[in-house]
Write a protein of this length. Structure first.
Length: 108
């Protein structure tokens, strides 16, 4: 199930404007960030480990980078420099970054 979730998010991450509305992309990514950030710590740890294993086995450099950034970007781990409010870095590709899409784990 986790691999399917990551595959969907990877698709959204790489989608062009013509493939997916940017507002819809933001809603999906923020929704996932919110849900996974509220998982119990043991489930967050398990998902973090699984995504780490996926990253280690990934041969595509761009997808590997996405997987490596996934735990922090989607709220599975806390950023040590955080000041109480968790904000997640954008995991979106350059195309989506140019559209100004950012991910926030503080809610939808």
């Amino acid at each position: 199930m986790a691999e399917a979730l990551v595959d969907v998010l990877w698709f959204i991450d790489g989608s062009e404007d013509e493939q997916m509305d940017q507002d819809d992309a933001v809603k999906v990514m923020e929704g996932v960030a919110h849900v996974v950030s509220t998982l119990p710590s043991d489930q967050r740890q398990e998902l973090t480990e699984l995504v780490g294993e996926m990253a280690a086995a990934e041969s595509n450099p761009a997808r590997r980078e996405f997987l490596e950034e996934f735990p922090e970007g989607f709220g599975l781990i806390n950023d040590a420099s955080s000041t109480g409010r968790r904000t997640n870095p954008s995991l979106l590709s350059q195309n989506n970054s140019q559209r100004g899409i950012r991910i926030s784990g503080t809610g939808v």
